[in-house]
Design a protein around this ligand. Structure first.
Ligand code: 5AD
Ligand code: SF4
Length: 445
């Protein structure tokens, strides 16, 4: 017997892998906070872990397939370490509980997005060999009092509301994450003050439909202004915005508050009124274009991005052409494009999935190619200008270069000199492509 056995046992080590959207990244940080309070420690190496948790996404079928593949690999590891506890968190939890837990016995615990407080208890039981499941959705849970365990960096995700009540017909989120509910303004501001003290330089307010935030009298416009006022040297971003909830007050807040970034992700999904109506998006293209015009008038130089789904049930070549036309008209700085993926329980599931995958792919390819040209045209006039860039760290492609982003969310790459992460540098832009600006820092006089 070693002397170690007279001490308390080593804390158990948790390895978390996160799939999907920023909300999931923020949720993994919440899970980290909950487990840290429960006495757990963390590792970035699956091989060292006593607990492996996958925080999952269900938005499209390929997201689910990736997780299945991953589970296969983890179970191979379980053969050499039978004490390893494997858990599924997040959006796939509810849907796959029977299959994963009972039929395939792939996992030990399954925990949905509103039940993370129960993780320590479920893990303890799992170590005793008991499988556990907690997938109930809540109308009130916002984890307002939980301090997320953030990984090092200068940017923080901060979720301000959970769930979604919009019920776009293609989207599984209202079923996997439940009804809309907002955190308290007080709790959010407390967290922002902590972030400011902790040296964070950027905060992104998150919600599936962040503009519908409300705590009593405080709507999203009031909230973001209050967040920005905590520390004027911190950049404030937000995502995602449903066009229907993009209020005049919010536009004005962005226009008139220096440290709220001039960048709006404003998913349109389709440029065809017929498809928008089938999607239950609650606006038509004319209304959307009016909104864009209003935003552009109020916030000169604002950068806009969108999400587009190709191959929604019954989408014709004409509908697709209408999407291309709308994108040409708006001139987005960026677009995320997706092949439609039919999701059980949604309204669109019942409409069938009649567009062949090759057609969906061909449409996405066309959109991506066009969007690349648009972004390049928008970036070209930036050559020769000097832009403030918040330094984030080494660039992905080269250790000799650093990267950061402009207020308008454009990625800028520049030679590594002795820049400190978190500094804002004036960068002279020398060349651009559709995705990135390249330049060098102005030397201080
Ligand atoms: N199929 C394809 N894309 C989808 N999205 C949401 N649901 C689906 C689906 N069933 C896209 C939307 C949304 C983004 C986060 O994911 O464009 O804005
Ligand atoms: Fe899904 Fe629509 Fe809600 Fe976005 S607004 S999460 S697309 S239902």
């Amino acid at each position: 017997m070693t002397s170690k056995s007279f001490q308390s046992p080593d804390p158990r080590r948790v390895y978390v892998e996160t799939y999907g959207c920023q909300m999931n990244l923020a949720d993994s940080e919440l899970v980290g906070g909950i487990l840290k309070s429960g006495g757990y420690t963390f590792t970035g190496e699956m091989a060292e872990a006593d607990v492996v948790l996958l925080n999952t996404c269900a938005i499209r079928e390929n997201a689910e397939q990736r997780i299945r593949g991953r589970l296969g690999l983890i179970n191979a590891r379980k053969r050499s370490n039978p004490h390893l506890v494997v858990g599924i968190l997040g959006c796939m939890a509810e849907r796959l509980r029977d299959q994963f837990l009972e039929e395939e016995r792939l996992v030990d615990i399954i925990v949905g997005p509103d039940e993370y407080r129960r993780l320590p208890e479920l893990l303890e039981s799992a170590f005793e060999g008991e499988r556990g499941i907690a997938v109930r959705l809540s109308r009130v849970e916002t984890y307002d009092d939980i301090e997320p365990l953030r990984t090092e960096g200068i940017s923080a995700w901060l979720s301000v509301m959970r769930g979604c009540d919009k019920f776009c017909t293609f989207c599984v989120v209202p079923f996997t994450r439940g009804r809309e509910r907002s955190r308290s303004q007080e709790g959010i501001l407390r967290e922002v003050r902590n972030l400011a003290e902790g040296g964070y330089r950027e905060v992104t307010l998150l919600g599936q439909n962040v503009n519908s935030y409300r705590d009593g009298e405080c709507d999203f416009a009031a909230l973001i202004k209050a967040v920005a006022a905590v520390d004027r040297s911190i950049r404030v971003r937000f995502t995602t915005s449903h066009p229907q909830d993009m209020s005049d007050a919010l536009i004005e807040a962005i226009a008139t508050t220096e440290n709220i970034c001039k960048y709006i992700h404003l998913p349109v999904q389709s440029g065809s009124d017929r498809i928008l109506s089938l999607m239950n998006r609650t606006y038509n293209t004319a209304g959307y274009l009016r909104l864009v015009e209003k935003i552009r008038r109020a916030i000169p130089g604002v950068s806009l991005s969108t999400d587009i789904i190709s191959g929604f049930p019954t989408e014709t070549d004409e509908d697709h052409a209408a999407t291309m036309a709308l994108m040409r008209e708006v001139q987005y700085d960026g677009a995320y494009t997706f092949l439609y993926s039919a999701r059980e329980r949604t309204k669109a599931w019942e409409m069938g999935d009649d567009i062949p995958e090759e057609v969906k792919s061909a449409r996405v390819t066309e959109i991506v190619a066009m969007q690349r040209l648009i972004a390049l045209e928008l970036n070209r006039p930036l050559v020769g200008t000097v832009l403030p860039v918040l330094v984030e760290g080494p660039s992905k492609k080269s250790d000799a270069a650093y990267m950061g982003r402009t207020d308008t969310n454009k990625t800028v790459v520049f030679p590594h000199q002795h820049e400190a992460v978190g500094d804002t540098l004036q960068i002279h832009i020398e060349r651009v492509n559709s995705a990135t600006l390249f330049g060098r820092p102005l030397v201080a006089a």
